[in-house]
Design a binder for this molecule. Structure first.
Ligand SMILES: [Zn+2]
Length: 423
């Protein structure tokens, strides 16, 4: 699409556009020679722009079209007002939604923990499990093995609609193994998180303070160049509030921004610490006091809920309804990891959130797209409006509600990332 050509609303009018219109436009940032594509005949389009369509948080537009140029969305709205483009794609009356933003995963690992899961679900005691099992397997793996495992899981997630993902270290727990995990992750995503403070390394079991010194010293030095974020598992048996504060503060001093595994297994200081340090996200949030909820509601910190973990451990669900009613921004992600949540499927998490956590289908879809983007402090993904990255999904369904209505059904028919169909 040529800038301005046949676009119904020039850029200058964007701020004051006709309240009856579903359409906005911007000048493409890319060269005029870039081919443009119009995806049209969309029964229901989720834009996540409340100024569009039905004016809900999803900005739902019926009988819609999306224009793409290069890797960006350049126009969204009523298909009858769509601009001319080089190519057209007929969505066949399907729903189109933003690609999922999975803001919490642990994908640099080796081995699996089938026996541990089987024992847990069978009510049998099992003493050899836990993060340490994966640490041993990960340390023993070659770089090529770790990368192959990561790319296999990324391909799996992509087929299910995840177009942006965060992933963490945390199964190396030595300077070399943590840096290696982050280096491998950084080749595949910009959203890389240093989680040297996953558990106290088995090598330092008798001296946790020495391990905190390592995490905040030489390990941080080695890891900071590869990471955007720093995370800590703030929980009984992992790191207490003072240790977590020291670790995250050291990371901030090196330019890493905090996010926290908080209040997953028990009440604790994690959420309050997340708010105190302006963490982008407090993740899990299963056991919250009223003060925790209030602190989140009056902060920029997103509550990221990870129902795959509660599903896979038969644990109490986080109360999404309580958080939403208090005004907290909620994200939904997979926590994909080989121990406590071995699913890469955001649609599965959406279905669980609707069935068991009190979320409406609209809220769950928002949290899995725009919510994930907020948890990564991104505004270029998780929405389908001019200027956003052209990451979108065609569903084999007339509405996004089918993601929860038809749980377990592979409804993601096409995945487009950066303006190109990739699955
Ligand atoms: Zn996690």
């Amino acid at each position: 699409m040529t800038p301005g050509r046949s676009a119904p609303h020039p850029t200058a009018e964007k701020a004051t556009k006709d309240a009856m219109s579903n359409a906005t436009t911007v000048s493409p940032a890319h060269s005029a020679s870039t081919a443009s594509t119009l995806i049209t005949n969309i029964a229901a389009l989720v834009t996540n722009d409340p100024s569009l369509g039905d004016r809900s948080p999803l900005g739902l537009v019926h009988d819609a079209a999306v224009a793409i140029e290069g890797d960006r969305v350049v126009w969204t709205g009523d298909q009858r007002k769509a601009p001319a483009t080089d190519n057209r794609v007929d969505a066949g009356g399907r729903a189109v939604i933003p690609g999922f933003v999975d803001s919490h995963s642990h994908l640099v690992f080796a081995g699996d923990r089938t026996e541990e899961f089987n024992a847990r679900m069978s009510g049998r005691p099992y003493s050899a499990g836990g993060i340490r099992t994966t640490v041993a397997a990960t340390r023993a793996a070659s770089d090529a093995e770790l990368e192959a495992n990561l790319t296999r899981h990324l391909a799996e997630a992509l087929r299910q609609g995840t177009t942006t993902f965060e992933t963490k270290s945390g199964y190396g727990l030595t300077v070399e193994d943590e840096a290696r995990a982050l280096r491998i992750a950084a080749a595949h995503t910009d959203e890389v998180t240093y989680l040297g403070a996953h558990i106290v390394s088995p090598d330092h079991a008798d001296d946790p303070a020495a391990y905190v010194d390592l995490v905040t010293g030489p390990m941080l030095d080695a890891c900071a160049p590869y990471a955007r974020w720093i995370d800590v598992f703030c929980e009984k048996g992992a790191f207490d509030g003072d240790q977590a504060r020291a670790i995250l503060t050291a990371g901030k001093a090196r330019g890493l921004h905090p996010r926290i595994h908080a209040n997953q297994l028990s009440y604790g200081p994690g959420v309050q610490l997340a708010v105190e340090l302006d963490a982008a996200s407090a993740d899990h949030c299963t056991h919250l006091t009223d003060a925790d909820v209030d602190a989140l509601a009056h902060s920029r910190t997103v509550a990221t809920l990870l129902p795959g973990a509660e599903f896979s451990t038969r644990a109490q669900w986080p109360d999404a309804r309580r958080l939403l009613d208090a005004g907290v921004t909620v994200a939904l992600s997979t926590d994909c990891n080989p121990g406590s949540s071995y699913t890469s499927s955001v649609p599965f998490c959406v279905a669980l959130a609707v069935r068991d956590m009190g979320m409406t289908p609209d809220e769950a879809l928002w949290s899995a797209t725009a919510g994930g983007a907020a948890a990564l402090r991104r505004d270029d993904v998780g929405r389908l409006t001019p200027g956003a990255r052209a990451d979108l999904l065609l569903l084999d369904a007339p509405s996004h509600v089918h993601l929860a209505y038809r749980p377990g059904v592979p409804l993601v028919r096409e995945v487009w990332r950066r303006g190109v169909r990739v699955a």
